[in-house]
Design a protein around this ligand. Structure first.
Ligand SMILES: Nc1ncnc2c1ncn2[C@@H]1O[C@H](COP(=O)(O)OP(=O)(O)OP(=O)(O)O)[C@@H](O)[C@H]1O
Ligand SMILES: [Mg+2]
Length: 242
């Protein structure tokens, strides 16, 4: 469904993403790991259209989307969450999700009441309905992460790109988020690429792991195989995990 070939993105002298190629099949759930600065967020930013690559190609559902704008890709079914939640802080939780619903492909056909109803439905999936009237500025990080997921899901994506859903959360909250991600994957028939640093959780939540290091894709394999690759152990994981 997604095909990334020889993707490269530079920021000045830094090659944030360096000739990265991989394919994603419909229904896959893929973990994307690597040390700080490895290029994970940049890769997600390139796939979602937040940045355009310097070279390389991205195909989605058979179409070349390399030059498409972010909102065009969103309408095709590519949704993402941000490492630092990007919500509208002076609006309530439900208004943020409504905003996504109204901006989606089907949004122009919905009345405000219908959009409100849909937003409530997505908040409820993440147990956030009770917080619907709270201003985003007043929500703790855990609820901001849930709200980011609700907003992304409200776009009815085919592929969901998650950039660190667990950063800043305590272990119990991280567990709940991982359960919710697995639940929405099944219920909404999603394909997922999921960046995360909490290896224990990502390893058991995904079937395939991509490892980035200094902009390069250095591994693409099952969690079991990835943790045993010497270059991965050296680059990231540390002997103790193995
Ligand atoms: N907008 C930008 N301008 C300049 N440099 C950038 C920009 N975005 C990323 N970089 C650089 O590109 C490299 C990759 O950054 P990126 O954020 O993709 O890494 P990451 O793997 O997501 O790291 P982390 O785990 O810390 O989130 C880093 O050296 C970073 O400083
Ligand atoms: Mg990042």
């Amino acid at each position: 469904m997604l095909e990334v070939s020889n993707l490269t993105k530079r920021f000045g002298g830094v090659i944030a993403v360096n000739e990265v190629s991989f394919e994603v099949e419909k229904g896959e759930i893929i973990g994307l790991i690597g040390p700080n600065g490895a290029g994970k967020s940049t890769l997600v930013n390139l796939i979602s259209g937040f940045y355009l690559p310097d070279s390389g190609k991205i195909r989605f559902l058979g179409e070349d989307i390399t030059k498409k704008k972010m909102h065009e890709r969103a309408k095709m079914g590519i949704a993402r969450t941000f490492q630092n939640p990007r919500l509208i802080s002076n609006m309530t939780a439900i208004m943020n999700v409504m905003y996504a619903v109204l901006g989606s492909e089907r949004g122009s056909k919905l009345s405000l009441v219908e959009a409100y109803g849909e937003a409530a439905y997505y908040l409820d999936i993440f147990d956030m309905l009770k917080k619907r009237d709270v201003l985003v500025a007043d929500l703790p990080i855990y609820e901001l992460r849930l709200l980011e997921l609700a907003r992304a899901l409200a776009l009815k994506p085919k592929i969901l790109l998650i950039d660190e859903a667990m950063a800043g959360l305590n272990p119990a909250e991280a567990e709940r988020v991982s359960k919710l991600i697995n639940r929405i994957r099944e219920e909404f028939d999603l394909t997922i690429i999921w960046i995360e640093h909490v290896l224990k959780i990502i390893m058991r939540s995904v079937e395939r792991i991509l490892v980035m290091h200094y902009g390069k894709l250095i591994a693409d394999d099952t969690p079991e195989k990835v943790v045993r690759m010497p270059e991965v152990v050296e680059a990231y994981i540390g002997e103790e995990v193995v």
